[in-house]
Design a protein around this ligand. Structure first.
Ligand SMILES: [Zn+2]
Length: 462
């Protein structure tokens, strides 16, 4: 019997993965890494609950690691089919997976040197070679074009906003009763009316079943202008002689933050020479964003000063250049990854600036439970960094209006734009309070069948 099995991102916001099974043929939608805390990340080592070599294809909704980060392991363990993604996703997926492979190797090497691993000989989750093996399998498909996945099953990508190349996926195939049905997998849904990328677009076919993300299912992003709030924080922090640290995901959040910083610079409220983009990956991703003209929205196309251009802000590439920023005394804005402050260069900046009451830290994305970012926005008085206990004196801000994810009302708006209500709805990619709240809103406000909240490993007939 054709079935859908929910594997990852059930009750959490990472590890996205859903398995479609037609007996002879099996397909995976996303193969994401679990992120946020040791306990969760241990799941990345679990045996796959299917045989990678038996998968006909993998569909990648977008480049974020929580949707693609286990693809190298899948390739290392025998997957040899195509990885279907949008054309616009291809460059970003190549960037993140290559980087992820190198990082895994580096971490294993570091653990071996410092001897902090429980294993005598710590090995990487996968290697840069595994990542390259996965990248060879990428097969880009344009948005809006229906393609045959294999005989009898078709697929289409539609724009989801959220990130360059991000897609919702429609898969249509026959169930056990011979009826053709379409399942829609929302992927991560972006916000409406935000700069740079086109807005989320509705899927084309009336879906029989919908698997919808629910990251912010229990929240409304504040109505206030997030860009204006960012400007105010920078002004106040600079007035105190402090630094503004912006932990930002290299893909997506960084580019949107640069857009708003650029507007402040154009208005004469910020010197572009005081803005540092401290992340080689973000620099490369920014170039990919700049080149993807077909995906730019009208606001972006109309700009005279391109916020993503190489010359607009200071780009920090080497570790030495990054370290110089630690001793800088004049105010500056430092945009560095990772977005949840769990790794990356931003951790060093936090180590140096969190204890300084003149400085500010501005979070612009979702802070998953178990991360340093979550602890900081929850008001932690101290934070552990590299074996040091750091007192938090800097001012901590969270600007949800700059999030990459639709809020509760925007998710409902996305649902209303579907060509017809689905008969079955499932929610994933959200912590349980968010899933429950969104399920209630979908049932009460849209009058749809009450969404189900699948546990990892649960299956549903096609
Ligand atoms: Zn995402």
């Amino acid at each position: 019997m054709p079935t859908v099995t929910f594997h990852g991102a059930c009750g959490v916001v990472t590890g996205s993965s859903t398995h479609l099974d037609w007996g002879e043929r099996k397909v995976l939608i996303d193969c994401g890494l679990y992120q946020g805390g040791e306990e969760l990340e241990l799941r990345n080592w679990d045996a796959f609950p299917y045989r990678p070599s038996e998968l006909t294809a993998v569909v990648a909704t977008h480049a974020h690691l929580d949707h693609t980060g286990l693809l190298p392991r899948l390739a290392a363990e025998g997957f040899s089919g195509p990885i279907l993604c949008t054309k616009a996703s291809r460059g970003l997926i190549s960037l993140v997976l290559q980087d992820a492979g190198e990082l895994q190797e580096e971490e294993a090497r570091y653990a071996r040197q410092k001897g902090y691993s429980r294993h005598a000989n710590p090995r990487p989750l996968y290697t840069a070679d595994d990542a390259r093996r996965a990248l060879k399998r990428l097969q880009p498909i344009p948005f809006d074009e229906e393609r045959e996945l294999f005989p009898g099953v078709r697929l289409r990508f539609v724009r989801a906003g959220h990130l360059l190349g991000a897609a919702s996926v429609e898969v249509s195939g026959k169930g056990a009763d011979g009826e053709r049905r379409t399942w829609c997998f929302s992927g991560d849904v972006g916000r409406y009316g935000v700069p740079i990328l086109k807005d989320p677009e509705p899927p084309r076919d009336p879906p029989s079943a919908l698997l919808l993300e629910s990251t912010y299912g229990d929240r409304r992003h504040s109505e206030g202008d997030a860009a204006e709030a960012l400007g105010r924080i920078i002004h106040e922090t600079f007035g105190r002689g402090g630094m503004v640290i912006v932990p930002a995901f290299a893909l997506g959040r960084t580019q949107e933050v640069l857009f708003h910083l650029s507007a402040l610079a154009d208005a004469g409220r910020l010197d572009p020479a005081a803005v540092f983009l401290d992340s080689p990956m973000a620099v490369n991703a920014t170039d990919i964003y700049q080149r993807a003209e077909a995906e730019h929205d009208e606001d972006f196309a109309a700009l005279t000063n391109d916020p993503l251009a190489a010359g607009r802000f200071v780009r920090v590439r080497t570790v030495e250049q990054s370290k110089v920023l630690n001793t800088r005394s004049q105010p500056a804005v430092i945009v560095a990854s990772s977005g949840m402050a769990n790794g990356g260069r931003v951790v060093h900046h936090l180590l140096h600036r969190l204890g300084d009451s003149r400085s500010s830290v501005v979070f612009v994305g979702y802070q998953a439970s178990g991360t340093r970012g979550r602890a900081l926005v929850d008001g932690a008085e101290t934070i552990g960094i590299h074996g040091h206990t750091v007192w938090v004196k800097a001012k901590i801000h969270q600007l949800n209006g700059l999030s990459a994810h639709a809020d509760r009302d925007e998710l409902l708006r996305w649902c209303r734009a579907l060509p017809a209500p689905p008969q079955r709805v499932f929610l994933n990619h959200g912590e349980d309070p968010a899933r429950k709240a969104l399920a209630a809103a979908i049932a009460d406000e849209l009058g749809w069948p009450r969404p189900r909240l699948p546990l990892s490993g649960e299956s549903e007939p096609w």
